[in-house]
Design a protein around this ligand. Structure first.
Ligand SMILES: *Cc1c(COP(=O)(O)O)cnc(C)c1O
Length: 440
């Protein structure tokens, strides 16, 4: 056998090992989900090998007649789900969608407001010295929202005052960005519409994490609350393929379209565009039931952990209104977010370490933060309900609090997971969730 063939086989062995491992794990990564058999089938279609630059009907490539039809369906579904005048489904990720939104809202170098990373902001919102997309790629100067740690939300009065002070100093703000990667409670969008109108600012809302909940009418409705543009990642609570989308009022349509093409993309990954259209049909059919269970499950997980002695953030507010909870693990025997992350992974439980708002003051950084972030989307998709979330809390407690034998917990998690191998809230509920497709 040639070396190349050996490497070829090795790659497939690794893919198969990964798929097998996923069958045996409990995935609590808040930014992930598992795609339906329908979505997976769209992704492996011939669309994966084609180009369709430009807008449906006005392509710069030939061979697009069926691609155009699917893209039009995809756009129409996006507009219907989010009650948006305009949708561009071409961005190939949430970060690209944010770049398109920045391009439509501001000139390079202009100033914006966003959440800091420590308060749940995403790196694509951050300033240049952090390597953030807004700062590094577009030269935007980023000012941070004033955050209320206790309420775990943007402090409206203090943030309004900060904006006025900046305006008076001549540090004009052009763009207000809401949304984040730790997003348990709706952000105060409508409270900022008046000041935005007064100073001619555009309001953006990054719904990456919560786009599946918003599509189902179960979080907030940013376009009705005053946002001019909304960006999506399509694979977090929205259970599509990894991709993005920009929604807006018609007023911004031309600028958004130009940012997509010729600005940001030649190829826009037509197979995952088709997968997104499929996911939209499934969220339309099953979204409300799914989103209700996602939220019940994150609350149940929070409550069960809290009862076992974990410091879950925002207990006085019911912990969360989304799929995400944040847990302070500094007083557990494992003490550090990275240690908890690694140890749980050995126990077949996959989570993220996460900064807490007050970590920096305590000398912690993103490598050894004091928190972990847990999400309920993927578990819910596999049929977990509140009682299963209680079982998950017990597995976590055995590893993090009781320092039980990790191998034993890993075996128990695999055994538990055997009964949850199908994707729910989908048109095909027969195919295994992590089935390895073989074309070799
Ligand atoms: C995940 C995330 C993104 C990036 O999305 P990708 O699709 O991974 O590019 C952008 N913004 C927020 C708030 C996110 O959480």
């Amino acid at each position: 056998m040639s070396d190349n063939k050996k490497t070829y086989d090795t790659i497939f062995d690794l893919l198969e090992k990964h798929d097998d491992w996923m069958k045996n794990t409990i995935n609590l990564i808040a930014s992930e989900n598992v795609s339906s058999p329908g979505v997976r089938s769209a992704i492996v279609s011939d669309f994966r090998d084609r180009y369709a630059e430009g807008w449906p009907g006005e392509r710069v490539y030939a061979g697009c007649k069926f691609i155009d039809e699917v893209e039009i369906i995809c756009m129409n579904l996006a507009k219907e789900l989010y009650k948006a005048e305009f949708a561009d489904v071409r961005p190939i990720s949430g970060v690209v969608a944010n770049l398109m939104m920045y391009s439509a809202a501001m000139e390079p170098g202009e100033r914006m407001m966003a959440l800091s990373i420590a308060h749940g902001g995403h790196i694509s919102h951050a300033r240049a010295n952090l390597g953030g997309t807004a700062g590094q790629i577009r030269g935007h100067k980023v000012q941070n929202w004033v955050f209320n740690d206790e309420e775990f939300n943007i402090d409206v009065d203090a943030s309004l005052a900060r904006i006025r002070t900046l305006q008076e100093k001549g540090d004009e703000i052009k763009f207000l960005l809401f949304g984040g990667s730790v997003f348990p409670f709706p952000h105060p969008v409508k409270e900022f519409r008046e000041i935005a109108d007064e100073f001619d600012m555009t309001i953006g809302y990054d719904s990456a994490h919560v786009s599946g909940l918003i599509a189902s009418g179960r979080f907030q409705d940013p376009l009705r609350e005053g946002a001019d543009m909304v960006t999506l990642s399509t694979h977090k609570t929205l259970f599509g393929p990894q991709r993005g989308c920009v929604l807006s009022r018609n007023e911004f349509a031309e600028k958004i379209k130009r940012a997509a093409f010729p600005g940001m993309m030649s190829n826009h990954h037509l197979n995952t565009m088709a997968g997104l259209a499929v996911a939209f049909t499934e969220i339309m059919e099953f979204g409300k039931e799914y989103a209700d269970q996602v939220i019940k499950n994150s609350k149940a997980l929070a409550q069960s952990l809290y009862e076992r002695g974990f410091k879950v953030i925002a207990e006085h507010k019911g912990f969360t209104e989304s799929h995400t909870i944040l847990v302070d693990i500094t007083e557990t025997p494992l003490q550090h977010g990275n240690v908890v992350e690694e140890t749980l992974e050995d126990a077949n439980i996959i989570i993220n370490r996460n900064l807490l708002p007050w970590d920096k003051k305590r000398g912690r950084d993103y490598k050894t933060p004091g928190g972990i972030r847990l999400g309920s989307s993927e578990c819910t998709r596999l049929g977990f309900k509140e009682s299963e979330m209680d079982a998950v809390a017990e597995f976590i407690t055995r590893v993090v609090m009781k320092e039980d034998d990790v191998k034993k917990v890993a075996a128990d998690v695999s055994e538990f997971k055997k009964d949850y191998q199908k994707v729910h809230y989908a048109f095909d509920t027969e195919t295994d969730a992590y089935a390895h497709l073989r074309f070799r």
